[in-house]
Design a protein around this ligand. Structure first.
Ligand code: SAM
Length: 225
Protein backbone atom coordinates (compact mmCIF):
# COMPACT_ATOMS: atom_id res chain seq x y z
CA UNK A 1 0.00 0.00 0.00
CA UNK A 2 1.38 3.39 -0.93
CA UNK A 3 0.14 6.96 -1.24
CA UNK A 4 -0.25 8.01 -4.89
CA UNK A 5 2.53 10.34 -6.12
CA UNK A 6 0.12 13.17 -7.00
CA UNK A 7 -1.52 13.02 -3.61
CA UNK A 8 1.85 12.83 -1.86
CA UNK A 9 3.06 15.96 -3.70
CA UNK A 10 -0.12 17.84 -2.80
CA UNK A 11 0.09 16.80 0.88
CA UNK A 12 3.76 17.76 1.04
CA UNK A 13 3.17 21.14 -0.60
CA UNK A 14 0.45 22.01 1.92
CA UNK A 15 2.44 20.77 4.92
CA UNK A 16 5.56 22.61 3.70
CA UNK A 17 3.79 25.93 4.18
CA UNK A 18 1.99 25.20 7.47
CA UNK A 19 2.80 27.58 10.34
CA UNK A 20 2.94 26.48 13.96
CA UNK A 21 3.20 30.14 14.97
CA UNK A 22 -0.14 31.34 13.58
CA UNK A 23 -3.34 30.28 15.28
CA UNK A 24 -6.80 31.14 16.53
CA UNK A 25 -8.43 30.64 19.91
CA UNK A 26 -12.19 30.38 19.56
CA UNK A 27 -14.27 30.91 22.69
CA UNK A 28 -17.75 29.42 22.94
CA UNK A 29 -18.58 29.65 19.24
CA UNK A 30 -21.05 26.83 18.98
CA UNK A 31 -22.73 27.13 15.60
CA UNK A 32 -21.18 24.30 13.57
CA UNK A 33 -21.28 26.24 10.29
CA UNK A 34 -19.27 29.09 11.86
CA UNK A 35 -16.72 26.68 13.32
CA UNK A 36 -16.46 24.94 9.95
CA UNK A 37 -15.94 28.22 8.12
CA UNK A 38 -13.21 29.22 10.61
CA UNK A 39 -11.44 25.88 10.06
CA UNK A 40 -11.67 26.26 6.30
CA UNK A 41 -10.03 29.67 6.56
CA UNK A 42 -7.33 28.34 8.93
CA UNK A 43 -6.51 25.63 6.40
CA UNK A 44 -6.31 28.15 3.56
CA UNK A 45 -4.13 30.54 5.56
CA UNK A 46 -1.64 27.84 6.56
CA UNK A 47 -2.53 27.47 10.24
CA UNK A 48 -1.26 24.19 11.73
CA UNK A 49 -3.33 24.07 14.93
CA UNK A 50 -6.59 25.79 15.87
CA UNK A 51 -7.59 26.20 19.53
CA UNK A 52 -11.03 26.08 21.10
CA UNK A 53 -12.50 26.65 24.53
CA UNK A 54 -15.39 24.27 24.91
CA UNK A 55 -16.55 21.81 27.50
CA UNK A 56 -17.58 19.43 24.71
CA UNK A 57 -15.04 16.74 23.79
CA UNK A 58 -15.30 17.17 20.02
CA UNK A 59 -15.62 20.33 17.97
CA UNK A 60 -18.78 19.85 15.90
CA UNK A 61 -18.37 20.95 12.30
CA UNK A 62 -20.29 20.70 9.02
CA UNK A 63 -18.36 18.92 6.33
CA UNK A 64 -20.20 20.83 3.59
CA UNK A 65 -18.90 24.12 4.99
CA UNK A 66 -15.50 22.88 6.13
CA UNK A 67 -14.94 20.98 2.83
CA UNK A 68 -12.90 18.40 4.75
CA UNK A 69 -10.43 21.04 5.98
CA UNK A 70 -10.85 19.76 9.57
CA UNK A 71 -8.86 16.66 8.55
CA UNK A 72 -5.83 18.81 7.78
CA UNK A 73 -5.77 20.87 10.96
CA UNK A 74 -4.88 19.93 14.48
CA UNK A 75 -7.73 20.89 16.80
CA UNK A 76 -6.87 21.60 20.41
CA UNK A 77 -9.70 21.80 22.90
CA UNK A 78 -9.16 23.65 26.19
CA UNK A 79 -11.46 23.29 29.19
CA UNK A 80 -11.43 26.97 30.17
CA UNK A 81 -9.92 30.31 29.24
CA UNK A 82 -7.20 30.21 31.90
CA UNK A 83 -5.74 26.91 30.72
CA UNK A 84 -6.04 28.01 27.08
CA UNK A 85 -4.20 31.28 27.73
CA UNK A 86 -1.50 29.57 29.83
CA UNK A 87 -0.89 26.90 27.23
CA UNK A 88 -0.68 29.40 24.34
CA UNK A 89 1.55 31.81 26.25
CA UNK A 90 3.89 28.96 27.21
CA UNK A 91 4.24 28.28 23.49
CA UNK A 92 5.23 31.92 22.96
CA UNK A 93 2.03 33.19 21.34
CA UNK A 94 0.99 36.81 21.57
CA UNK A 95 -2.78 36.87 22.05
CA UNK A 96 -4.86 39.40 20.12
CA UNK A 97 -8.39 39.60 21.52
CA UNK A 98 -10.98 40.74 18.98
CA UNK A 99 -13.50 43.07 20.50
CA UNK A 100 -15.09 46.38 19.74
CA UNK A 101 -14.32 47.99 23.10
CA UNK A 102 -12.89 51.46 23.63
CA UNK A 103 -9.35 50.21 24.29
CA UNK A 104 -9.14 48.20 21.08
CA UNK A 105 -6.64 49.12 18.37
CA UNK A 106 -7.39 49.13 14.64
CA UNK A 107 -6.04 45.72 13.49
CA UNK A 108 -4.17 47.35 10.59
CA UNK A 109 -1.82 49.12 12.98
CA UNK A 110 -0.23 46.00 14.47
CA UNK A 111 2.37 43.47 13.43
CA UNK A 112 1.55 39.75 13.23
CA UNK A 113 4.84 38.38 11.97
CA UNK A 114 5.84 36.80 15.30
CA UNK A 115 3.82 34.05 17.00
CA UNK A 116 0.24 35.28 16.74
CA UNK A 117 -3.04 33.91 18.02
CA UNK A 118 -6.31 35.71 17.23
CA UNK A 119 -8.87 35.24 19.99
CA UNK A 120 -12.44 35.15 18.69
CA UNK A 121 -15.69 35.34 20.61
CA UNK A 122 -19.17 33.89 20.52
CA UNK A 123 -21.76 34.89 17.93
CA UNK A 124 -24.08 36.65 20.32
CA UNK A 125 -22.01 37.79 23.27
CA UNK A 126 -18.52 38.28 21.89
CA UNK A 127 -15.43 37.59 24.00
CA UNK A 128 -15.89 37.11 27.73
CA UNK A 129 -14.55 39.82 30.06
CA UNK A 130 -12.40 37.12 31.65
CA UNK A 131 -10.65 36.38 28.37
CA UNK A 132 -10.37 40.04 27.38
CA UNK A 133 -8.49 40.67 30.62
CA UNK A 134 -5.95 37.94 29.75
CA UNK A 135 -5.04 38.84 26.15
CA UNK A 136 -1.98 40.92 25.25
CA UNK A 137 -3.75 43.35 22.95
CA UNK A 138 -7.34 44.07 21.92
CA UNK A 139 -7.97 44.76 18.24
CA UNK A 140 -10.97 45.60 16.07
CA UNK A 141 -11.82 45.65 12.39
CA UNK A 142 -13.35 49.05 11.56
CA UNK A 143 -17.02 48.81 10.59
CA UNK A 144 -18.58 51.37 8.25
CA UNK A 145 -22.07 49.92 7.81
CA UNK A 146 -25.31 49.79 9.74
CA UNK A 147 -24.45 46.50 11.43
CA UNK A 148 -22.20 46.58 14.49
CA UNK A 149 -20.08 43.49 13.86
CA UNK A 150 -18.96 40.89 11.32
CA UNK A 151 -19.77 37.21 11.39
CA UNK A 152 -17.06 35.57 13.52
CA UNK A 153 -15.75 33.47 10.63
CA UNK A 154 -15.46 36.55 8.42
CA UNK A 155 -13.52 38.37 11.16
CA UNK A 156 -11.20 35.33 11.40
CA UNK A 157 -10.56 35.50 7.64
CA UNK A 158 -9.76 39.21 7.64
CA UNK A 159 -7.28 38.82 10.50
CA UNK A 160 -5.58 35.60 9.41
CA UNK A 161 -5.05 36.87 5.89
CA UNK A 162 -3.67 40.16 7.22
CA UNK A 163 -1.09 38.09 9.12
CA UNK A 164 -0.38 36.09 5.94
CA UNK A 165 -0.03 39.33 3.92
CA UNK A 166 2.44 40.80 6.39
CA UNK A 167 4.47 37.59 6.56
CA UNK A 168 4.47 37.27 2.77
CA UNK A 169 6.00 40.74 2.40
CA UNK A 170 8.68 39.85 4.93
CA UNK A 171 9.52 36.51 3.28
CA UNK A 172 8.21 34.64 6.32
CA UNK A 173 5.80 32.20 4.69
CA UNK A 174 7.45 28.78 4.98
CA UNK A 175 8.09 26.94 1.72
CA UNK A 176 9.93 23.81 2.82
CA UNK A 177 8.39 22.83 6.14
CA UNK A 178 10.41 25.29 8.22
CA UNK A 179 7.19 26.49 9.88
CA UNK A 180 7.00 23.24 11.89
CA UNK A 181 9.39 21.50 14.29
CA UNK A 182 11.20 18.73 12.43
CA UNK A 183 9.67 15.81 14.33
CA UNK A 184 6.20 17.28 14.13
CA UNK A 185 6.62 17.67 10.37
CA UNK A 186 7.66 14.02 9.95
CA UNK A 187 4.89 12.72 12.20
CA UNK A 188 2.24 14.82 10.45
CA UNK A 189 3.46 13.86 6.97
CA UNK A 190 3.07 10.19 7.86
CA UNK A 191 -0.38 10.71 9.42
CA UNK A 192 -1.68 12.71 6.45
CA UNK A 193 -0.37 10.14 3.95
CA UNK A 194 -1.39 7.02 5.86
CA UNK A 195 -4.30 7.84 8.21
CA UNK A 196 -5.44 4.21 8.12
CA UNK A 197 -2.16 3.10 9.74
CA UNK A 198 -2.17 5.54 12.67
CA UNK A 199 -4.06 3.21 15.02
CA UNK A 200 -1.84 0.27 14.20
CA UNK A 201 1.30 2.20 15.19
CA UNK A 202 -0.30 3.86 18.20
CA UNK A 203 -1.82 0.70 19.64
CA UNK A 204 1.41 -1.26 19.27
CA UNK A 205 3.51 1.66 20.58
CA UNK A 206 5.67 1.52 17.46
CA UNK A 207 7.26 4.64 16.04
CA UNK A 208 6.19 5.61 12.53
CA UNK A 209 8.36 4.29 9.70
CA UNK A 210 10.48 6.55 7.52
CA UNK A 211 9.06 7.63 4.17
CA UNK A 212 10.99 7.59 0.91
CA UNK A 213 11.28 10.68 -1.31
CA UNK A 214 8.14 9.60 -3.21
CA UNK A 215 6.11 8.93 -0.06
CA UNK A 216 6.44 5.15 -0.02
CA UNK A 217 7.04 3.56 3.34
CA UNK A 218 10.64 2.32 3.70
CA UNK A 219 10.29 -1.47 3.70
CA UNK A 220 13.04 -1.98 6.27
CA UNK A 221 11.04 0.14 8.72
CA UNK A 222 7.67 -1.43 8.12
CA UNK A 223 7.91 -4.15 10.78
CA UNK A 224 10.45 -2.48 13.01
CA UNK A 225 9.71 -2.14 16.76
N1 SAM B 1 -22.27 41.51 20.15
C1 SAM B 1 -20.99 40.87 20.04
C2 SAM B 1 -19.90 41.77 20.62
O1 SAM B 1 -20.23 42.79 21.16
O2 SAM B 1 -18.72 41.40 20.56
C3 SAM B 1 -20.75 40.55 18.59
C4 SAM B 1 -20.03 39.30 18.44
S1 SAM B 1 -19.47 39.04 16.79
C5 SAM B 1 -20.88 38.59 15.92
C6 SAM B 1 -18.64 37.53 17.02
C7 SAM B 1 -17.13 37.64 17.08
O3 SAM B 1 -16.64 38.02 15.80
C8 SAM B 1 -16.55 38.67 18.01
O4 SAM B 1 -16.47 38.18 19.33
C9 SAM B 1 -15.18 38.89 17.42
O5 SAM B 1 -14.33 37.81 17.76
C10 SAM B 1 -15.46 38.80 15.93
N2 SAM B 1 -15.75 40.11 15.32
C11 SAM B 1 -16.86 40.45 14.63
N3 SAM B 1 -16.77 41.69 14.16
C12 SAM B 1 -15.56 42.16 14.55
C13 SAM B 1 -14.89 43.42 14.35
N4 SAM B 1 -15.43 44.39 13.65
N5 SAM B 1 -13.66 43.54 14.89
C14 SAM B 1 -13.09 42.54 15.58
N6 SAM B 1 -13.69 41.34 15.80
C15 SAM B 1 -14.91 41.16 15.28
Amino acid sequence: MSVLPRRFNKIKKVLDSRMQNLSVLVEAVNKPHNLSAILRTCDAAGVFEANFISNKQNVKTYNSTAQGSQKWLKLKNHQDSKSAVNSLKEKGFKLFGTTLNKNSIDYRELDYSDSTCFVLGAEKWGLSEELISQVDECIFIPMNGMVQSLNVSVAASVLLFEAVRQRYHQGLIPLKGEGLEKNLYKKTLFEWCYPELINHYKSSALSYPELKENGEICKSDFNKD
